[in-house]
Design a protein around this ligand. Structure first.
Ligand code: URP
Ligand code: ZN
Ligand code: ZN
Length: 470
């Protein structure tokens, strides 16, 4: 099967030119001007941007959490991702405490196999790591294509691991080319503050934010960096939300420490005032870390521009208001933590970043696709438009406007945190490994189009490639 994309404005992290792209089966084989080859399908991309498919390096599909399960499974969640111009997700498998890490990976493979609309990989959430389990980590990195491991400083009694475990995980992963992704928040202190709030009868959703100070996040980031330095390993801070935490990352990077960090659209476009909405509406925004005071947003954009933040992913973890968020109607600490976002990331970041004049088109591609591909061992197969790369391509209409709404989104959740917001920039046609899965905004793929991606460690092993995103 040959597909020719003609006349598009091809944007990568470094390029910007008008050209044509020939795709043979799953791979880009020729890029040039006015290509005349025969093709089975021709897509006219005149007046459109042609960009690498988005890579969302932080999603939670079908995840048991907070007394329930996230509302999108791998079918609905990846279909929504495709609509939003994302062609790869990296989701989180979870090791149940005291059980096999390999077993957890098998469970997540079962959840995803044959269901997805786009390609996917896994990180592993490690909840305990005695010496005798380290061989499982090695097998994950070397044989199973899972080269990144999330550890939690938050959620005591559920996901939290102690500093010794974090240090052990960082040293071992680092030595074998892996990467620890840190949920950096002092969960022990936060739990103490939460108990005090509840004792005072403070049960409304806004207390979720008021009991999770930015200092608790900054302390976690600081500690994660110190542990990584002692372990002589890189560290990746997930869902960084505020200036206090960013400052710690920036200080370390200025000293040459290999710290990477992501933020998410919710921290760029939503803020604390969302918790003060009428009645129980604030529950829609209960996620961790919490939304911050609005002034933090400008600081995060500066972090993105200065490359102290390399990635924007979503932390997509949707729970419906009905029956799920409602679990915390009388106690904010029982509201399942998380919000939807996999479908809206590309348009929100394009609108709030490029259209608003905060970042260039190249930077837009870099933070939504190229950098996560490099950091998580998918580049150059994913994350760029180049001969030999997978044909994961989005034909993006940079002028079209749309209004975000739960009425029209494809995520399996009964609200949208950005309800009614108008954005400019719409993914119109999306190709996943050469196959059109979204055509003129309509899904035309089938379950199982997406494949599991074994990720490599090569980027982190090669210091100069790490330096490119460093
Ligand atoms: O609120 C959130 N972020 N839920 C998902 C779990 C996590 O910590 O990423
Ligand atoms: Zn987290
Ligand atoms: Zn998460």
């Amino acid at each position: 099967m040959k597909t020719l994309i003609k006349n598009g404005r091809i944007i990568t992290a470094v390029d910007d030119y008008i050209g044509d792209i020939l795709i043979e089966d799953e791979i880009i084989t020729v890029i040039g001007k006015k290509l005349e080859m025969e093709a089975d399908k021709i897509i006219d991309a005149k007046d459109r941007l042609v960009i690498p498919g988005g890579i969302d390096a932080h999603t939670h599909m079908d995840m048991p959490f907070g007394g329930t399960t996230s509302a999108d499974d791998f079918r609905t969640g990846t279909l929504a991702a495709a609509h939003g111009g994302t062609t790869t997700i990296i989701d989180f498998a979870i090791q149940a405490k005291g059980t096999s890490i390999i077993g957890a990976l098998d469970t997540w493979h079962e959840k995803a196999a044959g269901k997805t609309a786009i390609d996917y990989g896994f990180h592993m959430i490690v909840t305990d790591l005695p010496q005798e389990r380290l061989k499982e980590v090695k097998r994950l990195i070397n044989d199973e294509g899972v080269s990144s491991f999330k550890m939690f400083m938050a959620y005591p009694g559920v996901l939290l691991v102690d500093d010794a475990t974090i240090f052990r995980g960082m040293s071992f992963a680092g030595e074998h080319g892996g990467l620890v992704c840190m949920h950096a928040e002092n969960g022990v202190v936060i739990d103490e503050i939460v108990q005090r709030a509840i004792a005072k009868g403070h049960t409304a959703p806004k207390y979720h934010a008021l009991t999770r100070p930015t200092k608790a996040e900054a302390e976690g980031v600081n500690r994660a960096i110190a542990l990584a330095e002692m372990a002589e390993s890189p560290v990746y801070i997930v869902h960084l939300s505020c200036y206090d935490a960013l400052k710690k990352v920036k200080e370390a990077r200025d000293e040459g420490v290999p710290v990477f960090a992501e933020t998410c659209p919710q921290y760029l476009f939503l803020d604390y005032s969302d918790y003060e909405r009428e009645g129980f509406e604030g529950a829609k925004y209960v996620m961790t870390p919490a939304l911050r005071e609005k002034w933090n947003q400008d600081e995060l954009w500066t972090g993105i521009r200065m490359n102290d933040l390399q990635v924007i992913s979503t932390d997509h973890c949707p729970f419906c208001m009905k029956e799920q968020k409602e679990l915390g109607k009388d106690d904010f600490s029982k509201i399942p933590n998380g919000a939807p976002g996999v479908e809206t990331r590309m348009s929100l970041v394009y609108n709030g970043g490029v259209v608003a004049g905060r970042i260039s088109l190249n930077r837009f591609v870099e933070i939504t696709s190229t950098a996560p591909a490099k950091i998580f061992g998918l580049f150059p197969r994913k994350g760029t438009i180049a001969v030999g790369s997978d044909a994961d391509i989005v034909i993006f209409n940079p002028n079209k406007k749309m209004t975000i709404s739960a009425q029209t989104h494809h995520m399996n959740v009964d609200y949208n945190p950005y309800e009614g917001r108008q954005v400019q920039g719409v993914p119109e046609t999306v190709l996943s490994r050469g196959k059109v899965v979204i055509e003129n905004e309509k899904y035309v793929g089938k379950a199982g189009d997406g494949k599991y991606l074994k990720r490599s460690t090569v980027q982190l092993r090669h210091r100069e490639v790490a330096a490119a995103v460093h």
